[in-house]
Ligand binder design. Sequence first.
Ligand code: NDP
Ligand code: 8X3
Length: 250
Amino acid sequence: MSTKTVWITGATAGFGAATAERFLAGGWRVIASGRRAERLTALVAKYGADRVHAAAFDQRDEGALRHAIDTLPPAFAEVDLLVNNAGLALGTGLAQESDLAQWKQMIDTNVTALVTMTRLLLPRLIARRGAIVNLSSISGSYPYRGGNVYGGTKAFVTQFSQNLRVDLHGSGVRVTSIEPGMAQTEFTVVRTGGDQAASDQLYAGAHPITAGDIADTIWWVANLPAHLDITRLEIMPVSQSAAGLQVHRD
Ligand code: NDP
Ligand code: 8X3
């Protein structure tokens, strides 16, 4: 059994929770972070404090993040893999109708918190010749109505990932940008401000990606031979494809 350690941000739901379960099943130690402490506590209760370290904090709070890093138990202090997964979309409206506070929360979480996390863990990842998996999205490549700032944050994540690879050249650290399409998690409930019916309707009949699909993908990426780097990976359900440009006529 491997004794590697992965830090998964946003491990309380969706991709992050499924990825935590996948890596625990594979024998890794997991540092699980997110705001909902009770879900992290349940993971520790299920697997034991020697396998899971819970770090409950808001990823946007740099002081809390630094504290979480500084107080890692010795067994979890050497990090082999960072999965930058915590993130969210807020709102589905057009730019001209959007809530500026929601835009800023997406930028603070998906961009600022992600780069802060990355920068602070880079020394440990370099020391381990480790790896970084960033959760981007197809919304960073394909524009759609209402994607505005969310898509912008994910385009940042994709490009930041590629630039990280260049700077880390020769370090042995691998960097991957995973860019999923429609996946059924808590994502749409969060995006719509708690509208479960809207979420159910979006996914109905579409056979969307599951959280387990993404967890299995991250597991595959992380466990490839050390000389291979999956640089970008776009994943869509078979039911989803990009279509067309729009034309407005007088
Ligand atoms: P979920 O809503 O199911 O999970 C999001 C996770 O992010 C939760 O664990 C949540 O934890 C965490 N999170 C959000 N804000 C913060 C914060 N301020 N501090 C700490 N943790 C935070 O969504 P998904 O699993 O679908 O999304 C995971 C990632 O995948 C996101 O980056 C998303 O943009 C991306 N993605 C999702 C797709 C989809 O269709 N579902 C497709 C492509 C990419 P908590 O609330 O407990 O803090
Ligand atoms: C989530 C996928 O298409 O809803 O990143 O933007 S999408």
